[in-house]
Structures are given as structure tokens and as C-alpha cells.
Ligand binder design. Structure first.
Ligand code: AMP
Ligand code: MG
Length: 422
């Protein structure tokens, strides 16, 4: 059967899950070494092996007396144990003696236990008597009130695994181990290009028929939410050669290039042609079974990703939020960048229809409802307008396998405008 003459005008849509899987497989950016202040909030690019035991020796958890636990066994209010104080241990020097049986040593929190001691009695449970005698009114068990050598980290074993998010506790551990630098993934450098003969920069007054460039600003802001460096490279007309030149320039020093506009199959949609003209670029996807945002493009040039987003302002932001921001997080080494369940649970306020085989993203606003789950109100509207996103707090996914969602159904709301991954 002959092909219809305009068959090339139709997009062959890739299922949204397949598209996500392609992005999720993108390799993370190379490792760089960063000081702890800069490493905070970033993902480890390699396992970190502890160079030494932490703590390096048994240390007291409490102020009190280092003892041989057995010397306190059976001690009680009516029959205390009495031990002679052998020494007072300094906080900044290891003790240079062995604790003798029947004796104790005064110790402060963090002090190193002397050889022979295996527990610390809290000062609150003791009474210093005349001379060097100390009364113990409770027994202590071996190991009680002691941080054991290597309990936080063991020398030559992994202390933190690659992919770990460096939160405050991890930064603290690295400092304790004397590791003042850590290998982390570089942050993405993102170029943002707007295409369209009708566009003028935001600071200009457009002539009739023209509009201001919204997307490069909004998309750059969203890239920055993921910690990326975002460079707006301006507006390019609907011209294949001009777009190709802009792409080449952007690829020279960026990990991700975002183009908006011209991503469909119309006469003025030049992005695919521009990509095809670049020898280093390989077109991977043109058209995704998703709404909004069907005319989405993905190409690869070396390790760089090129994404062509629809020009419609709301569609571009939804695609950015649902697919591109996770990709940027993936590039920073976040192992959970594409993991589901990042959102807040809500109840859908009413029925919403969708087409089987297409993944839909519903903009919703949330209404708190006392102790019940909040109500998610769908904000339906035109993709060329900004207001649906302005009114929305989040996005709800309608899976491709469903033909809609029902009122009162529990849904997960992916928050919009979420800053750096947590
Ligand atoms: P396109 O994807 O090029 O067909 O564009 C779809 C619609 O989005 C058109 O109405 C464009 O004028 C509009 N549009 C494209 N790029 C931008 C942009 N950067 N800012 C605002 N609107 C845009
Ligand atoms: Mg256009």
C-alpha cells in the first residue's frame, strides 16, 4: 500500500516510559574534587574509604569515672561499691597508665579510656568521698557509656558509598575522618535557546504579531532549580542553518542544550532538520506519547543531551519539570532522580478523562482539608497561557494505561518549583 504523501508529517510517538528510561540511562557527569563547603548537597562520585578508625580509641560518652565494669557489679543504693581514684584523665591527651582493679579514673565526655577500663559510670550515679574514694551506687555493664574504637567508621572499609547525598551528617563524617575534600559530580552546564521568528527579547516592546521570549527565562530558572549553570544563548529565527549554528556553539561548552519552539513537523519547525545536519548529533526521539508536550525531541552529541521542547509555554515547562529536571539531577549523580514517589498525596476533586496510550500530566492546585488528604483541583487550560501553571502547585500523572482518573482517587502531586533535590 502506498504511503500517504504527507506521512513524514506525523510523529511516531515514543511511549513516555521508554523516553524516561532513555534519560535515566544518561551517564552522570564526571567527578570533580571539592572542599567540604562546596560538597554539601552534592552526590558522591566514588566510594569514600575511611583512612582510619573513628573513633580512633574508646572514648567516654559521659562525664564520670572510667572503671572496670566488673568492679561495679552488684553495686546498689543499699550496698554501693567503693573504688579508689587512680587519676584524672585530660580531655586532650591519651591516658598513659593502665587502670588497676579496684580503682577508677575521673574522665570527661570524649576523654580516652585507659587500658584496663571498659566502661564509664555517670558522675550522677557516684559520690566523691573523703580522700580518693569514690562511691558507686549503680553497676555499669562492660561497654556502657563508651564510644568504641571504629564504631563510626573502620579503617580501610567504605564509609560512604558512591551516590550518597552529602547532607550535614555525611559532611561531618568526612571532617571527622580528616577528609577535607570529596569526589562529587560536576554540576550541569545548560544552554537555553529560544527559536521562533515571532520572538523578541523580554526587555523589548514587540511589534504587532510578535511576542516576548518567555521560555528561555522560565527554562533557565527551572534548570537552576537543579543546581545547573544555565546560560541563555538568545533567540534564533526559524531557519535550519541558523539553528544548527546555534547548536554547534552551545555544544562547545554545555552538557545539555535546551531549545524551545519549532519541535513539531510544521513548515517552520526546523529543529529536527538542524539536528540532522550536525554530523556529531544523533536524533533519538521525535515525539513522545505525553500530554502536554507531544512534540518533544531528544538527541545526543557525544555525552551531551539536546532537548527540543515545544514552544507553548505551559507545555515546555511541564516537559521540563517531568523529564528534563530529573535528567539534570541524574547528571549531578542523584541515583533517585527518576525514582517515583517524590510528591505529596492528595485526593482528586473530580473526574478527569485522558487518552489510553498517552501519559497525561494534570496541573492541580491543592486545597487543604483538615486532617484528610488535601483536595487536588485540576487546572485545565490552554497550553499557550501561563495561568494554569501560575494557579497550580503541582502535577499529577495519569498513566498511559489509564483512561482517566476518578473523583476522590488518591493521587501523588509532584510539586512544581521544587528547589534542589532533597
Ligand atoms: P512552536 O512550538 O514553535 O510551534 O510554538 C508554539 C507556540 O509557542 C507559538 O505560539 C509560539 O509563538 C510560542 N512560543 C514559541 N517559543 C516561545 C517562547 N520562547 N516564548 C513564548 N512563546 C513561545
Ligand atoms: Mg515556532
Amino acid at each position: 500500500m502506498p504511503e500517504p504523501a504527507n506521512s513524514h508529517n506525523f510523529l511516531t510517538l515514543m511511549p513516555a516510559d521508554e523516553f524516561r528510561a532513555l534519560l535515566a540511562d544518561w551517564p552522570a557527569l564526571p567527578a570533580v574534587t571539592a572542599g567540604l563547603d562546596d560538597a554539601f548537597g552534592r552526590f558522591l562520585a566514588a566510594d569514600v574509604v575511611a583512612p582510619e578508625d573513628l573513633p580512633p580509641a574508646p572514648r567516654a560518652c559521659m562525664d564520670g569515672y572510667a572503671v572496670r565494669a566488673a568492679d561495679t557489679f552488684g553495686a546498689g543504693e543499699s550496698l554501693p561499691a567503693y573504688l579508689e581514684r587512680q587519676a584524672t584523665i585530660a580531655i586532650h591527651k591519651p591516658p598513659e597508665f593502665t587502670l588497676e582493679p579496684g580503682r577508677c579514673a575521673a574522665i570527661t565526655t570524649g576523654g580516652w579510656l585507659p587500658d584496663g577500663a571498659d566502661a564509664v559510670a555517670m558522675v550522677e550515679h557516684t559520690q566523691a568521698l573523703a580522700g580518693e574514694t569514690v562511691e558507686f551506687r549503680r553497676p555499669v555493664a562492660p561497654g556502657e557509656n563508651v564510644m568504641q574504637r571504629g564504631e563510626d567508621a573502620r579503617a580501610n572499609t567504605p564509609a560512604l558509598a558512591a551516590g550518597t547525598l552529602l547532607r550535614a551528617p555525611e559532611i561531618g563524617l568526612l571532617a571527622a575522618l580528616g577528609l577535607s575534600e570529596a569526589p562529587i559530580h560536576r554540576l550541569p552546564r545548560v544552554a537555553v535557546i529560544s527559536t521562533g521568528d515571532e520572538l523578541v527579547p523580554a526587555h523589548e516592546t514587540p511589534k504587532p504579531g510578535r511576542i516576548r521570549d518567555v521560555n528561555s527565562h522560565a527554562l533557565a530558572a527551572m534548570a537552576r532549580e537543579c543546581g545547573a549553570q544555565a546560560d541563555r544563548l538568545g533567540i534564533v529565527p526559524d531557519d535550519t542553518a541558523a539553528i544548527a549554528r546555534a547548536l554547534e556553539k552551545a555544544l562547545a561548552d554545555h552538557d545539555v542544550v535546551l531549545l524551545s519552539g519549532g519541535s513539531s513537523v510544521g513548515a517552520r519547525d526546523c529543529t529536527v532538520a538542524a539536528l540532522s545536519s550536525l554530523p556529531q548529533a544523533e536524533l533519538l526521539v521525535h515525539g513522545v506519547a505525553v500530554s502536554p508536550g507531544k512534540p518533544t525531541i531528544l538527541a545526543r552529541a557525544g555525552s551531551a543531551a539536546i532537548l527540543g521542547l515545544p514552544g507553548q509555554v505551559a507545555s515546555a515547562q511541564v516537559i521540563m519539570h517531568v523529564f528534563v529536571k530529573p535528567l539534570l539531577r541524574r547528571l549531578t549523580g542523584d541515583p533517585r532522580a527518576f525514582a517515583p514517589e517524590r510528591g505529596r498525596m492528595a485526593r482528586l476533586a473530580r473526574n478527569v478523562a485522558s487518552r489510553h496510550g498517552r501519559e497525561d500530566w494534570l496541573r492541580v492546585s491543592l486545597e487543604e482539608d483538615g486532617d484528610a488528604l488535601p483536595l487536588a483541583h485540576p487546572r485545565l487550560g490552554k497550553s499557550g497561557l501561563l495561568r494554569t501553571l501560575l494557579a497550580a502547585q503541582g502535577l499529577v500523572r495519569i498513566p498511559a494505561t489509564r483512561e482517566g482518573l476518578n473523583a476522590d482517587e488518591q493521587v501523588e502531586v509532584l510539586p512544581l518549583g521544587q528547589p534542589l533535590s532533597a
